[in-house]
Design a protein around this ligand. Structure first.
Ligand code: ADP
Ligand code: ZN
Length: 436
């Protein structure tokens, strides 16, 4: 099913024409309402009249997270306070949170886009849907919540915490859809197993997972343990929150709601636009937002975009999964390492459980990377320090990681359950080099 056939299956030419029209209006709006953008455009010697088609977007200035911080809290807001109906803050994964104000119209667009996502996940009016993202300043909870209501399915606002109660609700109410972080999905699966609940006791069939990077191997793990289809859901508070892009039944890249969020991929060093198919930094322009619209916002998320037709019939472009943020790329002895590469390797080894952490340090002026990973409970029957099989597993993990990362990590095999479980976003990497 497709929620908005008109906008999700538009011809490429019509989509670009619509984007061009919306961009022109947006630029006029921010030029007259946001001094920050007017100054930037004047410095670049451009006026709204120079922006006639979507191709002209490259004339416009970029916006960075630092700009949001410099103008904290409301400096980039375009609408007057009387028009703002909700305020969120980003989770502050990488520093001081940023504040985003939404107008009533923004909330409507958000709900519409979120409904498109849920429809693509196969959710309909008869479904009971649990929102297990945090409710609060974080956009995850309320963002998905409004989409479920707009669709007309029943929303259960479980939020995070109390996992056992949540599982009882899933079984008792026959909950068929769920949204949460991929790491929380695993935590649910694990708790379920401990409670003696099996996936055949559940009616869950569809899950929307996002807010943190995850890999194909993680998808397989979640699908097999919860007995559902696991779909990607991407978003960020500066642009809107969850709803910016979503996977369809093909599970092959996430369609972008590009009539509202115009995507570009740029080289993060030269800032030059890159063609479709090339990996670089994802940049969004909010074509229709009125609360705090942003021009060419640099997400720091790294991925590629394709406009190849998708068998589902949607014509909006798709983004690949996020390989990481440009700022969570680790440089270890000069070699670039993404946490997602480590995850991929660990989850391809049958003895490793999907719980891991990465610790980076500098010892005698040399960078070290330590990968801690839990052994699966069924492989474990003693103590981690002494057993020969543990030693063998350590060697195996190390050699697999080395062949992919081109550096030799320290590997520590941990007991089942010893790595902290989280409700929301997981902080996978601890970089001790920064605090020395
Ligand atoms: P913060 O930047 O403080 O974490 P947000 O809560 O707005 O603020 O989080 C947005 C970020 O979360 C995105 O820029 C991206 O890095 C990450 N993210 C969100 N959804 C996904 C997803 N489906 N896959 C990978 N990363 C995601
Ligand atoms: Zn598709």
């Amino acid at each position: 099913m497709i929620w908005n056939k008109d906008k999700e299956t538009m011809s490429r030419a019509d989509m670009r024409a619509l984007q061009g029209k919306r961009l022109h209006k947006l630029v006029e709006y921010v030029y007259h309402n946001v001094p920050f953008y007017r100054d930037k455009m004047q410095q670049a010697d451009i006026t709204p009249d120079d922006i006639r088609s979507i191709d002209d977007i490259t004339l416009l200035p970029f916006t960075t997270k630092q700009d949001l911080r410099d103008n904290y809290p409301f400096g980039l807001q375009a609408a007057p306070a009387s028009e703002i109906v909700r305020i969120h803050a980003s989770s502050g994964t990488t520093g001081k949170p940023t504040i985003v104000g939404y107008s009533r119209r923004d909330i409507d667009v958000w709900s519409e886009c979120m409904t498109r996502c849920l429809t693509a996940y196969g959710i309909g009016r008869d479904d009971i849907f649990s929102v297990a993202y945090g409710y609060g300043l974080f956009t995850g909870g309320l963002g998905v919540h409004y989409g479920v209501e707009n669709l007309g399915a029943s929303v259960v606002p479980t939020s995070t915490g109390n996992t056992e109660k949540h599982i009882r609700l899933i079984t008792d109410l026959g909950i068929s859809g769920i949204a949460c972080t991929p790491s929380y999905a695993l935590h649910l699966a694990e708790t379920m197993e401990k409670m003696g609940v099996t996936k055949s006791d559940l009616k869950l069939r569809s899950g929307a997972f996002g807010a943190e990077p995850w890999t194909e191997n993680m998808r397989k793990e979640i699908e097999s343990r919860l007995g559902l289809k696991a779909y990607n859901l991407y978003g960020l508070s500066e642009i809107m929150g969850p709803c910016v892009s979503y996977e369809c039944e093909c599970q092959n890249g996430s369609h972008i709601n590009e009539d509202h969020f115009f995507p570009e991929i740029i080289d993060p060093n030269t800032l030059e636009p890159l063609p479709y198919g090339t990996t670089g930094e994802l940049v969004f322009t909010t074509l229709t937002k009125t609360g705090m619209p942003l021009l060419r916002y640099r997400t720091r998320d790294l991925c590629s975009i394709t406009d190849e037709p998708c068998p589902c019939g949607r014509t909006n472009v798709r983004m690949s999964s996020i390989i990481g943020r440009s700022d969570d790329m680790l440089i270890i002895r000069g070699i670039n390492v993404f946490p997602s590469q480590v995850e991929s390797v660990l989850l391809s080894i049958p003895e490793c459980a999907p719980y891991y952490r990465i610790v980076v340090d500098r010892v005698n002026n040399l960078d070290t990377i330590t990968v801690q990973v839990e052994i699966r409970p069924e492989q474990f029957d003693g103590e981690v320090d002494t057993l020969n099989p543990i030693f063998e597993l350590e060697k195996k993990v190390k050699s697999h990681l080395k062949s992919v990362l081109s550096i030799s990590p320290i590997v520590q095999i941990k007991q089942p359950g010893s790595i902290e479980r989280v409700d929301g976003k997981t902080k996978v990497v601890t970089d001790l080099r920064n605090i020395k």
